[in-house]
Design a protein around this ligand. Structure first.
Ligand SMILES: Nc1ncnc2c1ncn2[C@@H]1O[C@H](COP(=O)(O)OP(=O)(O)OP(=O)(O)O)[C@@H](O)[C@H]1O
Ligand SMILES: [Mg+2]
Length: 383
């Protein structure tokens, strides 16, 4: 007969869980650590989080593949925050050297000393490491990761003439992201072998209602306004899918647009820095037309450009928009103003909430526009 041992109450440790769904949960890390990220609201994407959590349970490295702004970074950050794991991140590009990952030898008065790179630090302390834009990394950088990702599970830090074998503690996890537009086609051979070692998950834009919810929660705009913006985003994404334009409007741009909407209370001026000014010349008119058609009425811009004859003189109450490349660029290209009075030979235009492109500072400003200037120079709502 086997002996039974009674377990004392204080021997039982209950480790709290973070439940992603009814079937998938992850333990909440109990160790204190300075790199637990701030938990920002993260909506929807339950399936993605579940898949990530399963990979974490299986100790598999995860590669998130998706267009810019589809929540790759925020998904990893969110899961790390909820499970109280340390989160370190490195943005890779062709210039990122192995020393940024592994570390380097520095010199001070006492002599030389070793400083861990981001990856070595994450591995030593058992943090979650996110390597953004993995496809942009130089081959020698990926080579550092090879032995870690193969069955060996360690890296060797070359600290001068000594080498330190670094084996990550159980909490360490590796995540990477890449943009699908470059996918395998533009990816070097070595990267392909590297990518095949990952658990690959796809990210996509959020469903419309959930994306609107993100805007409401993050910026405090009304739900109706958020839905309008998401609707415009959908139309722009459709244009991109049909290869009419090259611009992708992500949740990131939508958050900027919504944040500025809170300032202007108008769609079009808010769209300038968030969307319009990011466009290439070739896609400008298509997207301006689309936004103009959708939002001109809301913004109180009742006259469309087509309705305005080139020689129409400026009158009190007219809303005007400064055009780039003219004499008035110093007062803020692209911003709107309203003619408040005609004084002497000038139309006095009040620019409300003029945003300085460089500093983001806002001001109210009067400028005088010589009456000889007509709407060819100062366009009425050129959307
Ligand atoms: N599901 C979501 N819930 C709440 N906010 C989200 C969600 N997805 C994305 N966002 C927000 O959208 C913005 C862009 O997300 P994020 O930076 O995670 O995208 P990304 O895929 O990493 O983009 P990139 O490829 O450019 O690095 C962030 O402000 C993020 O907070
Ligand atoms: Mg990112």
């Amino acid at each position: 007969m086997s002996k039974q041992r009674t377990i004392a109450k204080d021997e039982i440790k209950i480790i709290p869980d973070y439940a992603i769904s009814s079937s998938v949960s992850l333990p909440i890390n109990q160790s204190p650590n300075p790199f637990i990220p701030k938990d920002l609201p993260f909506e929807g994407n339950k399936k993605l989080l579940e898949q990530m959590a399963i990979a974490v349970q299986l100790r598999q490295p995860v590669l998130l593949m998706g267009d810019t702004g589809t929540g790759k970074t925020s998904a990893v950050r969110h899961l790390a925050a909820k499970t109280r794991n340390g989160f370190r991140r490195i943005n890779l590009n062709g210039q990122t050297g192995t020393d940024e990952l592994e570390g380097k030898i520095l010199l001070n008065r006492e002599g030389t000393y070793w400083v861990d790179g981001v990856m070595a630090d994450a591995m030593r302390n058992g943090y979650w490491l996110l390597m953004d834009e993995i496809n942009a990394a130089a081959p020698e950088v990926l080579f550092v990761l090879h032995s870690l990702m193969d069955d060996d599970g360690y890296i060797v830090l070359a600290q001068g003439d000594k080498g330190e074998v670094l084996r990550p503690p159980p909490d360490f996890r590796l995540f990477a992201t890449m943009n699908p537009s470059v996918e395998y086609a533009g990816t070097k051979e070595m990267n392909k072998a590297f990518i095949s070692r990952f658990f690959v998950l796809r990210t996509d834009y959020l469903p419309e209602k959930i994306e609107a919810e993100v805007l409401v929660k993050r910026t405090g705009i009304k739900r109706k306004v958020a839905m309008e913006m998401v609707g415009a985003a959908k139309a722009i994404r459709d244009m991109k899918a049909k290869e009419k334009i090259d611009f992708t409007l992500s949740t990131r741009e939508l958050i900027q647009w919504a944040t500025l909407f809170r300032v202007f209370n108008k769609f079009l001026p808010a769209a300038e820095p968030a969307i319009i000014n990011k466009l290439a010349e070739s896609e400008l008119s298509a997207i301006k037309d689309l936004l103009g058609m959708k939002f001109r009425k809301h913004d109180g811009l009742t006259k469309a450009k087509a309705d305005v004859k080139p020689d129409t003189p400026i009158a009190v109450g007219d809303k005007v928009r400064l055009v780039s490349g003219r004499n008035y660029t110093q007062t803020g290209v692209g911003s709107y103003g309203q003619v408040s009075e005609i004084r002497g030979g000038d139309a006095i235009v009040l620019w409300d909430a003029l945003v300085d492109v460089k500093t983001g500072a806002m001001s109210n400003l009067h400028i005088s526009v010589p009456l000889g200037v007509n709407l060819v120079d100062l366009e009425h709502f050129d959307y």
